[in-house]
Design a protein around this ligand. Structure first.
Ligand SMILES: NC(=O)C1=CN([C@@H]2O[C@H](COP(=O)(O)OP(=O)(O)OC[C@H]3O[C@@H](n4cnc5c(N)ncnc54)[C@H](O)[C@@H]3O)[C@@H](O)[C@H]2O)C=CC1
Ligand SMILES: O=C(O)[C@@H]1CCC=N1
Length: 271
């Protein structure tokens, strides 16, 4: 990594906290300054302030990382730009928010031509296994692109998308979808107990299978369909189960509809 950037993290809740944890555990931790009104324990060597007005006025962040709710972001950016004045001049914004486009964020930060890096990470970043989509506004410099990409690569895989609207599809595929995988773990555990397994045994097996299948997808180059077929003996138990799941109106339609709903909501949050 190039010389470590100074990050000012606005909001250290579920997503900001996942990134902060991933970053402080990474090989080249950035310098982390956090503003969060509730956070109790500072991750690693980071420093916490409760509100923008508590921040030392000579703070010069390379990146202002926005990990608050979209609705709160414009007011907080306006306050930050007033508080830091010219010290914010060369800072880029790095948003992880599902809503608010680059132009809106740049404007709220006091400069329409501000460099904005819009990203969509996910909570597995907390264990270094995140997946992040990144879009760079035209104002982002080559060195800012490199720093931001390396920063997100410290907590997982990165895909750079050419159009800002592509981030809505990233939300559907990897931003929101860890929740679907966790739901699958919940449902498998429940099905196991309904079939007579002890709850702890069922929980252990359900979690383990998702980890194991995920690790195979991560470590091996085979298509997911090949890995699926390797489990599916002709006329066996898996074939019987998949016949239910793969019926068009079951998983294929549900996953397509859920993805479309995530994109619809992302559009609403973008204004
Ligand atoms: N949770 C997730 O899996 C993902 C969330 N995101 C995005 O991350 C953003 C944050 O979401 P979460 O982390 O889930 O929410 P959260 O509610 O867990 O975190 C927000 C944090 O910001 C702090 N905060 C809010 N307003 C503040 C203010 N005015 N002053 C000081 N601290 C303030 C809160 O104390 C809280 O810790 C959202 O924009 C969301 O779209 C993006 C990808 C995944
Ligand atoms: O649910 C949300 O809006 C955020 C964005 C992606 C995951 N959580």
């Amino acid at each position: 990594m190039m010389s470590g950037p100074t990050l000012l993290l606005l909001g250290c809740g579920k997503m900001g906290g996942a990134l902060a944890k991933g970053w402080v555990d990474a090989k080249h931790p950035p310098r982390l300054i956090i503003i969060d009104r509730k956070l109790q324990n500072a991750p690693g060597n980071s420093v916490i302030y409760r509100q923008v007005s508590d921040l030392p006025k000579d703070t010069r962040p390379d990146f202002v990382v926005l990990a608050i709710k979209p609705a709160a972001s414009e007011a907080m950016l306006r306050e930050l730009s007033q508080h830091l004045g010219s010290n914010l001049e060369n800072s880029a914004l790095l948003s992880v928010m599902a809503g608010k486009n680059c132009a809106t964020l740049a404007k709220a930060s006091g400069r329409d031509d501000r460099a904005v890096i819009r990203t969509m990470p996910n909570t597995p970043a907390s264990v270094g296994a995140g997946a992040t989509g990144i879009y760079f506004s035209p104002q982002v410099t080559q060195s800012q692109k490199q720093l931001a990409t390396e920063l997100m690569e410290q907590v997982g895989d990165v895909v750079i998308v050419p159009h800002e609207d592509d981030l809505r599809s990233v939300i559907a595929v990897s931003g929101s979808s860890p929740a679907y995988v966790f739901l699958l773990a919940e449902l498998l555990e429940k099905a196991g107990t309904e079939l007579g397994l002890d709850q702890n045994a069922s929980r252990k097996l359900a979690r383990s299978v998702i980890y194991g299948a995920g690790k195979m997808l991560h470590d091996l180059d085979d298509d997911a369909s090949v890995l699926r077929n390797n489990v599916t003996s002709p006329n066996g138990t898996t074939a019987a189960a998949l016949k239910v799941l793969m019926t068009e109106e079951n998983w294929p339609q549900s996953v397509r509809k859920a993805s479309q709903e995530a994109v619809r909501r992302a559009k609403e949050l973008d204004d």
